[in-house]
Design a protein around this ligand. Structure first.
Ligand code: URA
Length: 211
């Protein structure tokens, strides 16, 4: 697919998502926060869901978590404009509560399409929701982070959500930097099939992703 086709198809998908009523989150949203960045990115970053600032502005990660994310990206030599940033759910859960399984399920198709169109070499999942969704695991982020997982011919690198770093401080920040460095490194490496010893990480169902 040419770069132009990719950008066009992402725009069409965004237009479709902008009037989405697939789950009850549409009732409370101001704007659908579809995602933004480089349609040809080697690295895609997936958060949880929009907060208040994101809902107001229609852009992902523009609040305090977003400022930290931009700083962390700079520390590993990346500008926000080079990557593509999105979320598991595209509409703000009321009061910033966790997204519910039915909401994640209803929104999943948009994320799958984004992943297919952008086709990044590496995906950084921020926090439990995106990590669990992609890697189909119940293992928490503290144990999952620190390594890259082969995932449909690409790499998934789980790390903490920036909100956790804002709460917990320097140690978590440094671990996030190290995870982002790992993500930058693995971009150049071919991804092998999932190693057998990662028993807790079940392969994603092919019908849902990359059929
Ligand atoms: N937190 C997220 O998970 N996503 C955003 O876009 C903003 C904050």
């Amino acid at each position: 697919m040419t770069s132009e086709d990719r950008a066009t198809r992402l725009r069409l998908l965004q237009t479709e998502a902008s009037t989405c009523t697939r789950c009850p989150l549409h009732e409370g949203r101001t704007t659908v926060v579809f995602g933004e960045g480089n349609p040809d990115a080697d690295l895609m970053i997936i958060g949880e869901g929009p907060g208040q600032r994101e809902d107001e502005q229609g852009r992902p990660f523009v609040g305090r978590s977003g400022q930290l994310l931009s700083t962390l990206l700079e520390r590993v030599g990346l500008d926000r404009s080079e990557v593509y940033i999105s979320n598991v759910v595209k509409c703000r859960p009321p009061g910033n509560r966790d997204p519910r399984p039915a909401e994640i399920d209803a929104c999943k198709g948009y994320l799958v399409e984004q992943l297919k169109l952008i086709d990044p070499a590496a995906v950084v999942t921020l926090g439990n929701f995106s990590t669990k969704l992609l890697l189909k695991t119940e293992v928490g982020i503290t144990r999952m982070r620190g390594q890259a997982y082969p995932w449909w011919g690409r790499h998934v690198v789980p790390t903490f959500h920036p909100a956790a770093a804002l709460r917990s401080g320097a140690r978590v920040v440094e671990e996030m930097v190290s995870d982002l460095q790992l993500a930058v490194q693995v971009i150049e490496q071919p991804a092998s099939p999932a190693p057998v010893e990662v028993a807790e990480v079940r392969e994603p169902e092919q019908i849902e992703l990359f059929t």
